[in-house]
Design a protein around this ligand. Structure first.
Ligand code: HEM
Ligand SMILES: *[C@@H]1O[C@H](CO)[C@@H](O)[C@H](O)[C@H]1NC(C)=O
Ligand SMILES: *[C@@H]1O[C@H](CO)[C@@H](O)[C@H](O)[C@H]1NC(C)=O
Ligand SMILES: *[C@@H]1O[C@H](CO)[C@@H](O)[C@H](O)[C@H]1NC(C)=O
Length: 401
């Protein structure tokens, strides 16, 4: 009897002992399979300048419908209104449209290569702080470009294959070799800028919540120089360029916007300028880019309408999930005025827009340097259209088109 009792006590203990073992095993397996229990990432309440990597993955872009590198023309942005009003002017961005590529890609690419050959590191830099963001940008481009433009890009083991140039653009694994201190290896921002038509900038948050230009490839800027703005805050970037009403109308909204921007809510904005020469990379008529001070103040007055171009930028802003850096893209659209006046309503709308500029906007945009040639020409073209019945403006005028 005693023996039996002892055995049954022992076997109860043995069973519960084995049971605990199973529970422990299941927990260990659970951790291995699902991952360690983690603190929830809460970047909303972050300490400024301290980003915690997020797992966010942007939605996969749809292939661009019927896209052909040799045929698909630039989107016809005509980003001016009858009345000019300075605002941030940001709109939500459709993820599919992060980078816009069209049949001017070769022209942009050649111009970028030419300028890189002449000016090289004046046009780009990746600092040590911006290095993870720069590689993250390239990896995001590797996800995006082959899906959006499958006839032009393919993702490969180490990066992207560019079918237009038959080049392998490698930046992963052993090719992740840029050393910002020694400047050895290949600068990732230069690689990124040679894939697309855009200029690219990396803005990083400081401990006091300022956004600072810490890296970029600004190769076709037209009117400003990367080196003049490098390592500057958003405030100094804009005030040093005398952006009209920056402090009164833009600064505080912009700074709040940058701090609050989340990974899933990219935005775009469009602007426009007039340029009095036909150079995409740098507006030579305002002066030599690398000699002395340049600006509208030093520009000659335009004499021929054929020289005047509409320069319009489509800019995007998104935050990268891992590094937390904000990527600023600038895609330029560059068209002779003599071309766009053929479009319905455009001469009158552009003329009205320019005539509504206040004095500070006139100064910033070089009004006096082209007004005598441009304004009578636009008036003539507008009247021609109005005699044909294009009045008042109707039809598609949904900003920015
Ligand atoms: C919400 C974001 C932003 C807004 C609302 C904004 C607004 C403006 C405005 C109104 C101008 C005058 C020309 C125009 O109409 O576009 C301007 C110029 C400029 N912006 Fe921004 N900007 C933003 C972000 C940035 C960023 C991230 C950079 C980083 C490089 C930047 C660099 C510049 C430069 C270099 C100029 C030309 C300044 C000059 O003429 O010297 N902007 N910006
Ligand atoms: C597109 O144009 C380029 C350069 O002009 C040419 O080399 C290429 O064969 C063309 N591709 C197609 C698909 O037509
Ligand atoms: C210009 O924009 C501001 C917002 O920044 C708005 O309050 C104002 O009404 C606008 N003015 C015109 C004429 O549209
Ligand atoms: C950028 O600015 C900071 C603070 O103003 C300065 O300490 C740093 O040396 C600058 N970096 C570069 C690369 O110029």
């Amino acid at each position: 009897m005693t023996d039996l009792n002892e055995t049954s006590i022992n076997s109860v203990e043995a069973i519960s002992y084995r049971y605990y073992n199973y529970v422990a095993l299941i927990i260990i397996l659970g951790i291995l399979i699902i991952g360690k229990p983690r603190k929830k990432v809460d970047n909303k309440n972050r300490k400024l300048g301290q980003w915690t990597a997020e797992d966010y993955k942007p939605p996969s872009p749809a292939p661009y419908p019927n896209w052909d590198l040799n045929k698909t023309g630039p989107l016809p942005y005509r980003a001016f209104k009858h009345k000019y009003n300075i605002t941030m002017g940001i709109r939500n961005m459709d993820w599919s449209s992060w980078f816009e590529i069209d049949n001017q890609w070769f022209k942009f690419h050649r111009e970028k290569l030419n300028r890189l050959e002449k000016y090289d590191t004046s046009l780009y830099e990746t600092t040590k702080e911006a290095l993870p963001a720069a590689y993250e940008l390239l990896e995001e481009m590797r996800e995006y470009l082959p899906k959006r433009y499958p006839s032009m890009f393919e993702s490969t083991e180490y990066g992207i294959h560019n079918k237009a140039t038959d080049e392998d653009v490698n930046f992963m694994g052993k090719y992740r070799n840029f050393n910002p201190a020694k400047k050895t290896g290949v600068d990732p921002m230069k690689l990124a800028a040679l894939l697309v038509q855009d200029d690219l900038a990396i803005m990083m948050e400081s401990k006091d919540g300022q956004y600072i230009l810490k890296g970029g490839a600004i190769i076709l800027p037209g009117f400003w120089k990367f080196r003049d703005k490098f390592n500057m805050t958003l405030e100094n970037i804009h005030t040093s360029g005398d952006v009209p009403k920056f402090k009164e109308k833009l600064q505080s909204g912009m700074e709040k916007f940058f701090v609050r921007l989340t990974c899933d809510k990219p935005v775009v904005r469009n602007n426009y300028f007039l340029q009095t020469d036909d150079q995409l990379g740098w507006s030579v008529s305002i002066g030599n880019e690398f000699k002395g001070k340049v600006g509208w103040g030093t520009a000659d007055e335009a004499t021929e309408i054929e020289k005047i171009h509409l320069r319009s930028e489509r800019q995007s802003l998104r935050r990268l999930p891992k590094s937390g850096a904000i990527i600023f893209t600038v895609r330029t659209y560059f068209i002779p005025i003599t071309e766009i006046v053929k479009e319905p309503f455009i001469p009158r709308r552009l003329l009205n827009g320019i005539l509504s500029w206040e004095e500070d906007v006139q100064d910033y945009r070089g009004f006096t340097k082209f007004k005598d040639v441009l304004l009578p020409y636009l008036e003539e073209k507008a009247l021609e259209q109005e005699r044909l019945g294009f009045l008042p403006e109707e039809g598609p005028n949904v900003f920015p088109f």
